[in-house]
Each structure stands twice: as structure tokens, then as C-alpha cells.
Design a binder for this molecule. Structure first.
Ligand code: NAI
Length: 790
């Protein structure tokens, strides 16, 4: 089943986002909605698509991606478009009858092997397909995306009893390998897994807050990062989802989950009903549990008093528990919260609500899933929690949790007690091969269900502390990925580059010079690949140009050694790669980039220019290759590189990083993040086997334009300054950058060595670092985390 052509029906929030993401994945997409009553029949779908084009964060990888999407309407285009499609995605209103009517039309028009899915969040999948042909039913399933479809990794796939296994398998493969999703296969139960448990958690916290007199801000702190959840906590999350959408999710559960012993929990609290009645639906309507108010000094954030129903300025309450447990890892923090227990007001709230949520999740097995790990994954991927309910329960101790639940009269799922009685103290155990294995409460079903066919991902956290950890210091580690491939991992704050990283990198180079190793991956699984050089290390050398020059020389030498390493070095990059982080990609023989890569040289923000080869590499890659004869005008290409650095352009995707000149055509972009390190490792092996040849050190690969270029760039700077696009100090920085990019004081254009540009980078950096404006920018960045525009 090769899927290349897709039709999405319903161009609203979800349909539009799904269409955009399918285009991101390289599929050909047609997006349909109802025709407009008068005038241009496609007016509605066009205006809805316009929202996706403007969405922030961006729905599309780049402007070019949008060209993969065609627009139409369900009257004029339906039959022809549906007959061609390999996959038909329904994302229309959440009502059974319109969905049924639409699927009847799809049934009549689709080609026999086309897959059909519904994005419903709550309507039973089998009831949508009930009256359809046998062929339709065998090719039909639920494919439930989360909003926004590009960014939320979870895809719940819901086969019915009639869905063919091959269809389910094709869907899982497509979702994981092309769309980059993490799939959880669900049973056809109300709201599936994530929204079932998520709605229960939100309702439980809201009800406890109301009953015990907690404020919305306090609850958001207690249910935010403190307990491994996003900052939105509970009430801000409700505002973000939309109170009407949340109400619909709860109503579906109340109406359809008739056997759920906790069903009453899904009845909306009076305060939420009253907000909905006033059209205070959360962020989209400007007010909900919070609202933004125009105060004298600008926008103010106000919070709702759950008792009086009035808003008051946010008080940012300080919660003692946060200060007391800040330094702890999440699992230790959970234990500390449970230890604090008793009289600590915040801890009491967390403990009581958590016990209820954990017990509820366990009582839903095997009703909504046979495996506790599916519930954990769904909560991590769908709600951005760091730990799922069973992982939390393991952290506090399963037996301890059971005892506390019983003491509070909370019903414990019998299978949990069976597990404990069998002498197994935790849901997860680490098997001898280092893989985590989860307890199976029910015997495996006879028919082997379709499952992920992707190779088991490499997890560096699992290698840490094992014999595969080759070396470790405070900022970096070396791992043995097997088959002769090393991995250099950064793990300092923000994965920044400091002297320890360089030291570990040097150690890596020493190891690479032995026969044991074929090459190396630079990669990690932190939140961001690398936020750049740690400015603290340079700050110490400010005021001492000689020392600063020495530190920079050492870094440059290290970066050049990596670049010229006779054994291939492949960088696996995801999320942010800024400044020095981008330069760790520019030095590699090949880059394996996650589609979600945000890359840029942002040094201007701290008042310096790139000096680990960033200027040199952008020149070498984006200017020099155009100079094929003496008559070529290289200036427009130089101008582009100049702007990329001077405006600190950061890509919104890997595709854009390629457009900006950071990735070459031979670099690979993958949507599946989990497979990134595995792919980088294979690439090292392939390059080594193919007789990899490092770039020559003695070459003159860079075309430097000299004085003529500097004059042209200076004119551009004058214009920017004059039009107010840049600040006074940006002006000075831009002129320093122009000097470097043009090759310094050259009277005529010529080919120069890499070292020539590196020396200029270093000299400019050292010079700028002595200036007070640069020092102000650095101090501001360290204090506020934002650039100063002086
Ligand atoms: P929406 O209201 O933003 O968009 C629905 C679109 O379908 C509208 O543009 C409407 O004109 C169109 N439409 C209605 N009937 C149609 C028909 N017969 N033929 C063609 N187009 C038709 O709704 P939204 O939020 O995008 O939801 C769509 C589906 O996705 C629903 O089933 C919803 O439950 C589900 N869902 C929604 C999520 C969300 O966060 N909004 C999350 C996950 C699933």
C-alpha cells in the first residue's frame, strides 16, 4: 500500500493543520470544504487555508511546501479527487449524521484499496462505518491527530473489529516513518486514551481546587513543571484547549462511558458552566479562567476567583513546595512531595489528586488499553507530561501508592494487587538487555496485532552509566553506539559548548585515531541540540584580548580537526541549533536533521560574530560554488549570507535551514525524531564503507570578494540604519562582519584558505568583545535571556 496522494475533507482547525502536515511529509494533498453559497465556490476553503499559511508557530515547513496542497469543494471536486486518493481523511464537524452521510459518499467514490480515516475525538469509530460496504469497513479506521497536527507527536490509531491488519500496519508505517508521529493503537472506547485520562485529570484537579479553596494560579503551579507537566498546568490548559471543546469532551464521556464508575466526575463544575454561558471560552475569546486586561502600564494578566467569579490581577503566588524541590530530578521530586505529605498544603493537593488519577488510569486497563505503557506514552505525547501515570506510580512506589489509596477509600484495580502479590514491585523493570519491560495485566491476545516495525530507537539515557558509556564529564559524554561508531553527547545547561565539551571532543578525536572506531555521531536527546557556546567561558577572558584569542584559537582548532577528521563525523540535530550549535552541524561530513530543526547564527544578539567557522562555512557553501568563472557576479550570494548572519535568521524548520544555506542537498531531513541517532549511526557506517575522504586542509576553497564587496555591503548597512531596521551597535557589528565575509583587506577578489577566514573571525570577535556595548549585550542576555538592542 503506497500512499502518495491524500484528500482531507473539512478544512477547519484540524483538517487544515493535517493537510499542511501531510504536505510537510511530501504527500500530494487536496483539501476540500463545503462550497460557498455565492461567488467563488472555493471561497471558504481558500480563506480557511489562508489561516494555515499564517499560523504561528508555522503549520508548514516552508513556503514551498504549501505548493503541494490543492484546494477544492465537496460538490464540484469530490468524485474525481476521492477516486484518485490513496488516503481519505475526514475532519468535519463532530456530529455523527454529517460524518455518516459523508462516508457514504466516500464509499461510493473511493478506489477499492484506498484507506479512509476519521479524525473524530469522541464518536465511536464503528458507528461511523456501520452501514458501509465490506470493502470500506476493512479499510476504515480512526486516526486521531492532536492540535496542532505538525507539533503534537501523538497519533491515536483506532482500528475496528473489521479493519484489515494490513491496513492498520500501513497506517502505522506511514504515521511513524513519513509523518513522524508516535502511534498509540487504541481500542474503540469513548475519547480513546489521552483525552479520557487527560479529561479525568483536569476535572479532578478543578473539583479539588473548588472544594478545598485553592486559587487557579496556585493549582497551575502545583500541576505545572513541578509535577512534570507543561507550564499551562490545569486552568491555563483549559483556556488553551477552549472551554467549549473541553465541555464537549466531558459530555461525550458522561454520555457514552456508561460503565465508568467515575462518570460523575465528567459533569461540569458550575463555574465552568457559567463561563461558557458568558462566552468566556478561554484564549480564543480573550477570557476564561484567566483574561488579559489593558492596564495603565500595558497588558495585564488577571485570574478568576473560583468562589466569587470575579477576576483579579495575577498574584504569581510563591508555592513553598516548588522552592523546596527545585533541585531534584522529577522522580525524586515525586518522592519528596509524597514524603512532605501531611501538613504541607500544596503537597496534600498534589497527593490527593494524583492518587485519584493514578487509580483511575489503572482501573481503565484493560478497558481502554491492554498495556499501562500505552497510557503512559499517550499522556507524555498528547499532554506533554514528562511522566505518565504508571511511571509516576513506580517513582513513588506501587505498594506505597496502593496503601495510600486504600486509606482514602479510592478503589484500586485488582490487577495492580495481583502484580504486587506475585512479587513484582513495579510496573516497569529493566531487562538484562537494558530494555524497559512493562507488566502485562492481561494475557497477550491470540492474534498478533500490528505494531511499529521501526527498529528500536537508540536511547542515550539508557546507555548512561552502562559499559557503553566510554567517558563522561560535567558537560559531555562519549558513548559506544556499537559497530565501531562513537557518539559525542552534550549535556550541560542548554547543551551549550564549553571547555569541558571541547576536552571531551579532543578525547573523541584521539579515540577516532585508533582502529577500533569507524566514525562518530555528534548528537543528543536533550530538549535542544545546542543553544550555542557558553558565553560565560568568554566572559571570563573579556578585558584580556590575549587570553580570549587563545581560548578561541583552541576552539577553532578543535572544530577544524573535527571537520578534517579522516573518519566521518555525522551530526544528528533536532530542535534548536543556535550559534555554536549550528557550527557543530556545519563541520559535519553529513547532517541528519529532524524536520523540526531551528537553526541560525544568532551571535549578533550578544554583540559578536560567529567565530567557530560559521562565517567561513556559509561563504564556502553559499558563495564560492557560484564562482565558476571570472565573469560571475558573486555579490548577490554574498549579500544573502551577510543578511542571514546580520539579522540572526533562525529557520522555522529543517527545510528552511536548507533554504537559508545551512544544510546541503546531501544532508538528510527526517520527520521521525526517534530514529535520528540510528540513522546518523548508519550514515557513519555507510560513509566509512564507501571510503570516506575528508576535505583537504591545504585547499583554497573560499572566494573572497575583497574591497568591492565591502563597499557594496556598507551601502546596504547605511540603508538599514537609515530606515531604522538596525540599531547603532548593529551597524558596527554589521561592518565588522562585512570585513570578515569579504576576506579582510584584499585589494582584489581571490581564492583563500579556510584558515584565512577563521583568523578574521577570531580577530573580529576579540575586538568586539572589548567594547562596552558587547559586554552590555552579554550581561543582558545572561540576566534576561533576551537580546539587548543597543
Ligand atoms: P472545525 O469546526 O474547525 O472545522 C470543521 C470544518 O468542516 C469546517 O470548515 C466545516 O465547514 C467543514 N465541514 C462541515 N461539514 C462538512 C461536510 N459535510 N463536508 C465538508 N466539510 C464540512 O472543527 P475541527 O476542530 O477542525 O474538528 C474537526 C474534527 O476533528 C472533529 O471531528 C473534531 O472532534 C476532531 N478533533 C478536533 C480537535 C481540536 O482540537 N479542535 C482535536 C482532535 C480532533
Amino acid at each position: 500500500m503506497t500512499i502518495s496522494s491524500v484528500v482531507v475533507i473539512g478544512a477547519g482547525t484540524m483538517g487544515g493543520g493535517i493537510a499542511a502536515h501531510c504536505a510537510n511529509a511530501g504527500l500530494d494533498v487536496t483539501l476540500l470544504d463545503v462550497p460557498a453559497v455565492a461567488g467563488d465556490r472555493n471561497a471558504l476553503v481558500k480563506s480557511l487555508w489562508e489561516r494555515q499559511l499564517k499560523a504561528r508557530p508555522a503549520a508548514l515547513f516552508s513556503a514551498q511546501t504549501a505548493e503541494r496542497v490543492r484546494l477544492g469543494n465537496v460538490e464540484d471536486d469530490f468524485a474525481a479527487v476521492v477516486a484518485r486518493a490513496d488516503w481519505i481523511i475526514e475532519a468535519i464537524v463532530e456530529k455523527l449524521e454529517p460524518k455518516r452521510a459523508l462516508h457514504a459518499r466516500i464509499d461510493a467514490a473511493r478506489k477499492p484499496d484506498a484507506i479512509v480515516s476519521s479524525n473524530t475525538s469522541g464518536i465511536p469509530i464503528s458507528s461511523i462505518a456501520a452501514e458501509r460496504s465490506a470493502s470500506f469497513q476493512s479499510h476504515f479506521l480512526g486516526a486521531h491527530f492532536f492540535n496542532p497536527p505538525r507539533y503534537l507527536k501523538l497519533l491515536e490509531i483506532i482500528p475496528t473489529s473489521r479493519t484489515e491488519t494490513a491496513v492498520l500496519q500501513a497506517m502505522i508505517d506511514l504515521a511513524e516513518n513519513r509523518l513522524g508521529k508516535s502511534v498509540v493503537v487504541c481500542k474503540d472506547t469513548p475519547n480513546f486514551i489521552a483525552n479520557r485520562i487527560g479529561a479525568f485529570a483536569i476535572q479532578t484537579r478543578m473539583r479539588s481546587a473548588i472544594a478545598q479553596g485553592f486559587g487557579v494560579e496556585e493549582v497551575d503551579v502545583l500541576s505545572g513543571p513541578l509535577t512534570g507537566n507543561p507550564r499551562t498546568g490545569t486552568f491555563r490548559l483549559a483556556d488553551l484547549i477552549g472551554l467549549d471543546v473541553l465541555a464537549q469532551v466531558n459530555n461525550t464521556l458522561y454520555e457514552l462511558a456508561l460503565d465508568d464508575e467515575s462518570r460523575e466526575c465528567f459533569l461540569l463544575p458550575a463555574v465552568m458552566q457559567s463561563l461558557i454561558a458568558q462566552n468566556a471560552l478561554g484564549n480564543k475569546s480573550g477570557s476564561g479562567f484567566y483574561k488579559t486586561v489593558q492596564g495603565a502600564g500595558g497588558k495585564e494578566f488577571w485570574a478568576l476567583d473560583l468562589t466569587s467569579g470575579a477576576y483579579a490581577p495575577a498574584s504569581n503566588p510563591s508555592v513553598a513546595l516548588v522552592a523546596a524541590t527545585r533541585a531534584l530530578q522529577l522522580a525524586e521530586r515525586w518522592r519528596a512531595i509524597f514524603d512532605a505529605g501531611g501538613d504541607e498544603r500544596g503537597a496534600r493537593f498534589v497527593i490527593d489528586t494524583t492518587l485519584n488519577i493514578l487509580a483511575y488510569a489503572a482501573r481503565r486497563v484493560p478497558e481502554i488499553s491492554d498495556s499501562p505503557s500505552d497510557i503512559d506514552r499517550a499522556m507524555r505525547l498528547g499532554f506533554g507530561s514528562e511522566m505518565g501515570p504508571f511511571e509516576i506510580w513506580d517513582a513513588i512506589g506501587v505498594a506505597r501508592g496502593v496503601a495510600l489509596m486504600k486509606a482514602q477509600g479510592i478503589a484500586v484495580a485488582p490487577w495492580v494487587e495481583t502484580m504486587l502479590a506475585a512479587g513484582r514491585p513495579s510496573f516497569y523493570v529493566r531487562a538484562e538487555n537494558a530494555q524497559l519491560e512493562v507488566y502485562a495485566p492481561t494475557p497477550a491476545r491470540n492474534a498478533p496485532a500490528a505494531a511499529s516495525r521501526a527498529p528500536a530507537p537508540i536511547l542515550l539515557a539508557d546507555l548512561a552509566g552502562s559499559p557503553r558509556e566510554v567517558a563522561r564529564n560535567t558537560s559531555a559524554s562519549l558513548f559506544d553506539l556499537g559497530e565501531g561508531v562513537l557518539c559525542l553527547e552534550f549535556h550541560g545547561k542548554g547543551n551549550t559548548l564549553d571547555l569541558q565539551v571541547a576536552e571531551m571532543g579532543q578525547h573523541a578525536l584521539d579515540l577516532l585515531s585508533t582502529d577500533r572506531w569507524r566514525g562518530m555521531v555528534i548528537g543528543n536527546q536533550g530538549r535542544d541540540f545546542c543553544l550555542g557556546a557558553n558565553i560565560g567561558i568568554f566572559q571570563a577572558a573579556f578585558g584580556d584580548p590575549k587570553q580570549l584569542d587563545a581560548v578561541l584559537s583552541r576552539f577553532q582548532a578543535w572544530v577544524q580537526e573535527l571537520r578534517h577528521s579522516p573518519k566521518p563525523i555525522v551530526t544528528a540535530v533536532r530542535q534548536r541549533a543556535l550559534g555554536g550549535g549550528a557550527e557543530m552541524c556545519l563541520l559535519a561530513a553529513q547532517v541528519i536533521a529532524s524536520a523540526e530543526t531551528y537553526m541560525g547564527l544568532v551571535e549578533f544578539g550578544v554583540g559578536v560574530i560567529p567565530a567557530f567557522g560559521g562565517c567561513k562555512e556559509l561563504l564556502r557553501r553559499n558563495v564560492s560554488p557560484h564562482v565558476t568563472s571570472s565573469s560571475v557576479n558573486a555579490l548577490p550570494h554574498l549579500q544573502q549570507v551577510f543578511e542571514t548572519i546580520a539579522f540572526a535568521k533562525v529557520s522555522e524548520s529543517a527545510a528552511q535551514a536548507r533554504e537559508n544555506g545551512f544544510l546541503s542537498p546531501g544532508d538528510v531531513i527526517m520527520l521521525n525524531d526517534e530514529q535520528l541517532l540510528g540513522a546518523a549511526k548508519r550514515s557513519v557506517i555507510n560513509l566509512a564503507d564507501a571510503g570516506y575522504q575528508a576535505p583537504r586542509r591545504d585547499a583554497r576553497p573560499i572566494y573572497a570578494i575583497g574591497g568591492k564587496g565591502k563597499a557594496a555591503l556598507a551601502t546596504a548597512v547605511d540603508l538599514w540604519r537609515w530606515s531604522g531596521r538596525i540599531s547603532a551597535y548593529d551597524d558596527a557589528l554589521a561592518r565588522a562582519l562585512a570585513h570578515v565575509l569579504c576576506g579582510g583587506d584584499l585589494s582584489a577578489p581571490q581564492w583563500v584558505s579556510e584558515q584565512h577566514i577563521l583568523d578574521l573571525e577570531r580577530a573580529a570577535f576579540v575586538d568586539l568583545a572589548q567594547r562596552p556595548q558587547t559586554q552590555d549585550r552579554i550581561a543582558h542576555m545572561l540576566k534576561h535571556g533576551k537580546p539587548l538592542r543597543n
